[in-house]
Ligand binder design. Structure first.
Ligand code: BG6
Length: 481
């Protein structure tokens, strides 16, 4: 089943940090794939901008190498790659100086959608925004895209918001959280708001608890220095897990429209109770043969967490009393992201004591093996009387939608949304600030107490403390298989 692809308007997209990792890994390959699908018109221009002094031909070679490295061989057709690269240009630019800005001003064309993708350190957001504005390169219709980390606390996030707001209006600013671009994350909204089935049960009266797991097998690898100044709370929870939580817990917006969606998400963040110290577990992988956080981070005394598990409470009419358990970590047993919604027991069992009741659980698998399953009780076939058994109504997207299902990367969707001018899947400034406002006291609390993260084995399911966080409530984490 192939979805119809509608081309976007013709555009000039300027990628600052065009020689960097994100541009090579995600942005350029994502643009190529959308172009190959016919979504990008021939007249569009992709203009790399970076400090390195090179000509457009050299940049096209780098772009070609990036496509070859990061795309599947089946995506790469030499003739298509060459045609795609004909749209690619380059301007050497000094983000903090004068060099290159006039060349960029001469390069962008009137009458095109104009977008500036800042795939650079946040410290440069303000400088670039200012020069784009002062040189008349950006106008009232231009869009500016910024990547995480969007600050490291509330104060720095506010400073970034003000630096951008000096030159761009909120409706021009696209703050990326790439989780929102994932097909399966968008599917959360479809499951909740396109079916009558779940919504009547979607509250504290019927839901016992919710688990959100984002487990990774990779360690911090070459990103040790960045990561050690960040940790799982800032790197994953403040943005990605918080967004997942919002999509699960939000009220239905009146429309699938940017501000309606973002207003509802914001209300969830604002309704979060402060986190009690006992409801938070931090972990750090400690292993042998170099598979060790302290070695990888290059900081032998690091107290930065590579794992975090927590129990959150949302104080509103819908959710009061239903805990949300979140966990995320690196160097865990397997790579799995999923949301599990566990329903309460039926109020009365007509089948007697001998039948052990098992909870109904709705599991939404975000990655890998994208799909969902619902565990329900049925009668075990056979003559042995009314014996119950729990089974899964299991749906894999690949099976349901075709085995050759080619799920687009999150960046493909997000970049096209920038060109379309649709901010629904981007974070608004107040949302980011509200998330930091909740996270800041949690981090301040553990720093003041001088807490050290609990050690866990690489390849395990995380520290013991995380298990206890659930056990003490008489609940269990789903297995990380
Ligand atoms: C990034 C984090 O935002 O998300 C990384 O900085 C993390 O530490 C990554 O590995 C996970 O993204 P995905 O798409 O692989 O789940």
């Amino acid at each position: 089943m192939v979805a119809r692809v509608i081309p976007v308007e013709c555009f000039d997209l300027v990628i600052f940090g065009a020689t960097g990792d994100l541009a090579r890994r995600k942005i350029l390959p994502g643009l190529y794939r959308r172009w190959k699908e016919g979504q990008i018109p021939e007249g569009a221009a992709i203009i790399g901008a970076a400090r390195s002094d090179m000509d457009a031909e050299r940049f096209r070679e780098l772009a070609r190498a990036a496509l070859e490295e990061f795309l599947a061989p089946r995506d790469l057709e030499p003739a298509m790659v060459t045609r795609f690269l004909a749209m690619v240009d380059y301007v050497a630019i000094d983000a903090r100086g004068d060099g290159g800005w006039q060349a960029l001003a001469d390069r962008v064309r009137p009458g095109m959608v104009r977008a500036f993708y800042l795939s650079v350190a946040p410290a440069l957001f303000g400088d670039i925004a200012q020069r784009l504005h002062q040189r008349g390169i950006a106008n009232r219709d231009s869009r500016i895209v910024v990547e995480k980390p969007f600050g490291k606390d509330l104060a720095s996030a506010r400073a970034l918001n003000s630096a951008l707001a000096e030159h761009f209006h909120e409706d021009q600013i696209y703050r990326i959280d790439h989780y929102l671009g994932k097909e399966t994350v968008q599917n959360l909204m479809a499951v909740r708001f396109a079916n009558i089935l779940f919504e009547p049960l979607w509250n504290a009266q019927f839901i016992d608890h919710v688990q959100i797991t984002v487990a990774e097998t990779v360690g911090v690898g070459g990103r040790g220095e960045y990561y050690d100044n960040s940790g799982a709370m800032r790197d994953m929870v403040q943005n990605h897990l918080m967004q997942l939580l919002c999509l699960i817990a939000m009220e239905p917006p009146h429309h699938f429209e940017p501000d309606a969606m973002r207003d509802e998400k914001l209300k969830v963040i604002r309704a979060l109770d402060p986190l009690a110290p006992g409801d938070l577990i931090r972990g750090q992988y400690r292993g042998r043969d170099g598979d060790d956080y302290l070695l990888e981070s290059g900081n032998p005394d690091s107290r930065t967490e590579s794992f975090v598990a927590m129990k959150l409470q949302i104080s509103n009419w819908r959710w009061k009393g239903t805990p949300f358990y979140l966990r995320t970590g690196k160097r865990l047993k397997s790579r799995v992201s999923e949301i599990a919604v566990t329903f309460k027991e039926p109020p009365h069992s007509i089948f007697g004591e001998s039948n052990q009741w098992r909870e109904n659980v709705l599991v939404i698998r975000l990655q890998p093996d994208e799909g969902m399953d619902l565990r329900v009780m049925i009668k075990e076939p056979g003559p042995g009387g009314m014996r119950l058994k729990d089974v899964a109504l299991d749906m894999s997207f690949a099976e349901a939608l075709g085995n050759d299902l080619d799920i687009p990367d999150a960046y493909e969707r997000l970049i096209m949304d920038v060109i379309r001018g649709n901010q629904t899947l981007f974070m608004r400034g107040d949302e980011v600030e509200a998330a930091w406002a909740w996270v800041d006291p949690v981090i301040a609390g553990w720093e003041a107490r001088g807490d050290r993260p609990e050690a866990y084995d690489p390849g395990s399911t995380g520290p013991e403390g995380a298990l206890m966080l659930m056990h003490r409530d008489g609940r269990r984490w789903r297995e990380i298989r």
